[in-house]
Design a protein around this ligand. Sequence first.
Ligand code: 2HA
Ligand code: ZN
Length: 263
Amino acid sequence: MKYNEKIEMVLSQIAEVAGYLWEKGWAERNGGNISYNITEYVDDNIRTLSAISEKIELPEAMNALKGSYFVVTGTGKRMRYVNKNLMDNASIIRISSDGTYYEIIAEKNIRPTSELPSHLLIHNYLIGNGRRERAVIHTHPIELVAMTHHAPFLQKDVLSKLLWSMIPETRAFCPKGVGIVSYALPGSVLLAKETIKLLEAYDVVLWEKHGALAIGEDLIEPFDMIDTLSKSAKIYESACSMGFVPKGMSEEQMDELKRVFNL
Ligand code: 2HA
Ligand code: ZN
């Protein structure tokens, strides 16, 4: 199908970022998923499309999403193929006018990701709170996930401080750091709700022993956040494998960055 320029831009960004997730090694098999709220870009070409699926009930009514449109990657679909052939591996869905169910409207009847509850509940929260973020990304970054296997790192803000201290970039570009959700079943509403609680305070949310989730006004922004934190995690790992635990930048050095760059 041919879409307008704005939607084509969204689609090409999803394909681009899906490629990065695969190249990074963060997207084994069907790991990870992406959604993008395109409601403000939708024109009559899309509005008039009829449903190609049955009505699929949402886990709860999403009042802020009534009549909204999303591009979502498909359940069981591989990021490496999302990159190559997006609309064989993703679909456009429309939320009903009462916010209780959705229908797939384009292009093929590709069922949305198993993490749809998290994606849609997060979009519902974002729109409901007047926030500007429209993109949600979930992926499995190796070193960050490894760090969530270590109980001391799960204490409040321990991991943020450690990751900030590995390289100035992380302090500068992830100024709110990482929040951590205790292990919860993938795809569950509980996982979604616990994630939403942390979205205000943190740049990226880590799901214990599972992955990362981030939001942004576009997809590049949350990808970059996860990538930057991941760089810090790799530096930490690299130092440890050289036989020492890195001390990291001092509090004073990090405060100086905060002061100079107004973080
Ligand atoms: O899409 O990553 O969390 C598969 C997953 C589930
Ligand atoms: Zn996952």
